[in-house]
Design a protein around this ligand. Structure first.
Ligand SMILES: [Zn+2]
Length: 403
């Protein structure tokens, strides 16, 4: 609803400063992200899911960047020459490898919103493997569907936090482009305070906010609006940066200048964005959350930016270890960013449980990875396979991002 103005009585912003003491650190981080209506101060300290406010301690192991219902036609790439026929076939065993490697050239593969039943099964599997919650990063432009998110949350018991805002410029409507920063701010705030997509289902975080490289004027306005909404609501922000190592630096600067709280900001997709170690450590100093969220994606050729050599999961694990060794253990987040059909288990993909069932065990096996690493990513499954010292901490999990 445009033109909505927030009255001071409508929102109370929980934003205690981060005075870390080792014992209290996690709790402070949790509180740091909450948006709480003042008239419901008894609910202070809760997370806003699609089913309403939830105690942070009830979230459980949380994936911070996933999609459950979306379309991705905006990133369709024509198939390589002479491969047009295979691109039109339905998904089958014999073409599965081709579709996995040319994910964006197969139109049906880009319709994740057609797989709600398979995704429901996967969420139950995620839960059975120790998963508790996920942040659904689908924003306006890639077919956010909060009704479906609500149904999935009701039917699976997995907590789902929906994201407010806009995806990349290529998906902005002419109305979006014509809006002022103030009008965009109103849209974002309305999605969190009153509901998104014409429903009363509320978002609990802003993002993923789509940025291209180079950044467009419309995207810059959305970033400024994001900062303004965050300053009023105190909610976390999740950013999808353009595909250049300079993009995350530029985005943080714009957000900062517009009044955002960088300590409550997540920079997604670092796996494919900042590959140079020195540059990564320079970026880490800016103080946002550092997200490795393409776990499960292993590609020879990255269609969306052929200049980038997409790292594999072993490289991602090494990057997480590097960041832990450099002291950023409280700033690291992990996820899969599932956004195409072939990444689902139904189509032979790794699915939403890959980090819990495959990545964490690999981390545990890997000599040189300290227990700190496992604590920091907060997705450790509580199984008999794990030595007792790896039992998750009280407020474990990425609920720390605590949306
Ligand atoms: Zn995403």
């Amino acid at each position: 609803m445009l033109g909505y103005t927030v009255e001071p009585r409508d929102v109370f912003i929980m934003s205690p400063h981060l005075h870390h003491t080792p014992a209290k650190k996690k709790i402070l981080l949790l509180e740091h992200f909450l948006v709480v209506p003042s008239e419901m101060s008894s609910l202070s300290g809760k997370v806003q899911t699609v089913l309403g406010l939830v105690e942070p301690s009830k979230l459980g192991r949380t994936l911070t960047h996933e999609h459950l219902a979306m379309t991705f036609d905006c990133c369709y790439c024509p198939p390589p020459p002479c491969q047009e026929a295979i691109a039109k076939e339905p998904i089958m065993m014999k073409n599965l490898y081709w579709i996995q490697k040319n994910a964006y050239s197969h139109k049906e593969n880009l319709q994740l919103n057609q797989e709600t039943e398979a995704i429901k099964e996967e969420l139950l599997y995620f839960k059975a493997n120790g998963g508790g919650a996920l942040v659904e990063n689908t924003t306006t432009g890639i077919s956010r569907d909060t009704q479906t998110l609500k149904r999935l949350a009701e039917e699976t018991g997995v907590h789902i936090i929906s994201g407010a805002g806009f995806y990349v410029d290529a998906t902005h409507s002419s109305e979006t482009r014509a809006m002022s920063v103030e009008q965009l701010t109103d849209v974002l705030m309305n999605e969190i305070l009153h509901g998104a997509d014409g429903t009363s289902i509320k978002c609990g975080v802003i993002g993923e906010i789509g940025c291209s490289w180079p950044l467009t004027e419309s995207e810059k306005k959305v970033l400024q609006a994001t900062a303004h909404a965050q300053a009023q609501l105190g909610c976390p922000v999740i950013i999808h940066p353009g595909r250049s190592s300079r993009a995350p630096f530029q985005i943080i600067r714009i957000l900062q200048e517009a009044g955002a709280d960088i300590s409550k900001t997540v920079m997604s997709h670092l796996d494919r964005t900042i590959l140079d170690k020195k540059e990564l450590l320079e970026f880490a100093q800016l103080g946002c959350y550092l997200e490795y969220d393409l776990f499960g994606t292993e590609l020879l050729h990255y269609q969306l930016c052929p200049d980038i050599d997409m790292p594999d999961d072993n490289k991602r694990i090494r990057r997480v270890r590097l960041l832990v060794e450099e002291g950023y253990e409280d700033r690291i987040l992990v996820a899969h960013d599932i956004h195409t059909k072939t990444r689902l288990m139904k189509y032979g993909g790794h699915g939403y449980s890959h980090i819990l069932t495959n990545v964490v065990p690999k981390m545990l096996l890997r000599a040189g990875v300290t227990t700190k690493t496992y604590e920091c990513i907060r997705v450790i499954p509580q199984t008999e396979r794990l030595p007792s010292q790896f039992t998750p901490p009280l407020l474990d999990q990425a609920s720390v991002i605590a949306l």
